[in-house]
Design a protein around this ligand. Structure first.
Ligand code: ZN
Length: 389
């Protein structure tokens, strides 16, 4: 029998309703939303049980569009606010890829409690294990295996781990990501993106994260590159002499199924090019602040019509994995961002991007008929920022 949930406010994130519905209601049956709207209207036609949630703001369950679960054990173990090179040095001093499955499950539980329903994870060495863990969870997901280095396998399909549990669970998919334009060779990035295109999968790439990246690509002379070379990485590096966005475009990596993560050092022309490509941008503002690389131009990206999402990045550069934390950070610093617009960055926008290729994602992101009955409660701290603006 359908049940009606009543809440003081709804943030429905769908075009059929106003951005904020005071004294709202959602009618659910089993896994599905049947209706959403004003309580006064829906209660007239509803004969089943009513659950009054009280003075809360009910929103769709959220997406964390960029996370590194394999680095969960690095919480509090990296340098903060000193820039990219000191952060990488502190990172490289740790056992980087020692996935701690029990710590990952604890973080998944924390995210579930915060109302997260979908994760896009990047793993360099543990994508199959993360895929297994996510299959056994209740999350929708993409588990990206990160392609890094120069060597292109004879058969590009070797880049994509096959995980039976992921195929069986029906809530997610394995896919392939590039690390960055300097650490993953052009041919390898093209092979990874080509495979995603062929299989109808999303592709993800860290892009324009810090000034060192620009310098490495442009000149090949940079302290970070020296540090990598001293470790035997990128020893034969040949700078392509182009900035990140033009290079990604030239390599054919940017289209509507590509997620560009960070985009801190983009300029006006880059933003126009991203908007033209149809690619989605995932901002990770707290991670950028932790590492000390600057701030992405969130307002300019939104004004240009780019589809923008938020991710927490890993616990190697953040305090928690709650997308609401990223949203609060942006709202506090970007006074132009209204609550429903900010909410879109962790609900309907990522649903639009991931929903193109992952069926589960298309059923999340809005309180609308036919969507899954998965919810989050907007934290009081965010309502305070909104009200006291
Ligand atoms: Zn990342």
């Amino acid at each position: 029998m359908p049940e009606l949930l009543r809440a003081a406010r709804l943030l429905p994130q769908c075009l059929e309703l106003p951005p904020v519905v005071d004294d709202g209601a959602v009618v659910v049956e089993g896994q599905d939303i049947l209706a959403a709207g004003p309580f006064a209207q829906l209660s007239r036609e509803h004969a089943g049980p009513v659950r009054d949630l009280g003075d809360v703001t009910l929103a769709p369950a959220t997406f964390n569009s960029h996370v590194h679960l394999e680095m969960t054990h690095l919480l509090g173990k990296t340098s903060s606010g000193q820039g990219f090179v000191p952060w990488v040095q502190s990172l490289l001093a740790q056992p980087l890829y020692d996935l701690d499955a029990s710590a990952v499950r604890t973080e998944l539980m924390r995210m579930e409690q915060k109302g997260v329903a979908f994760l896009a994870d990047i793993s360099t060495h543990n994508a199959a294990r993360v895929g297994d863990i996510l299959s056994a969870s209740g999350f929708g997901f993409v588990s990206f295996a990160e392609a890094i280095g120069a060597a292109v396998p004879g058969d590009a399909a070797a880049l994509l781990p096959r995980v039976g549990a992921v195929e069986d669970c029906g809530r997610g998919a394995m896919s392939v990501a590039g690390h960055a334009l300097y650490s993953t060779s052009g041919p390898l990035l093209q092979a990874a993106k080509g495979l995603c295109r062929e299989r109808g999968l999303p592709f993800s790439l860290h892009l324009a994260e810090h000034a060192d990246e620009d310098q490495i690509l442009l000149t090949g002379e940079n302290a970070f590159l020296d540090l990598l070379k001293a470790r035997g990485v990128l020893s034969g590096y040949d700078a392509p002499g182009a900035r990140p966005v033009p290079l990604a475009r030239e390599l054919g990596l940017m289209d509507a199924d590509t997620l560009l993560v960070h985009c801190v050092t983009v300029d006006g022309q880059d933003i126009a090019d991203i908007a033209h490509s149809g690619a989605t941008v995932c901002l990770c503002p707290r991670s950028n602040e932790h590492i000390g690389v600057g701030r992405a131009p969130a307002r300019a990206l939104l004004d240009a019509g780019v589809n923008v999402c938020l991710g927490t990045d890993g616990l190697c550069s953040n305090a928690d994995l709650d997308p609401y934390g990223e949203m609060a950070w942006l709202m506090e610093r970007d006074s132009g961002l209204d609550l429903p617009d900010a909410m879109a960055l962790i609900t309907v926008n990522p649903a639009l991007f991931f929903g193109r290729t992952i069926a589960q994602a298309a059923r999340l992101g809005s309180l609308a008929p036919g969507r899954l009955a998965r919810f989050s409660i907007v934290p009081a701290a965010i309502l305070d920022i909104w009200i006291h603006r």
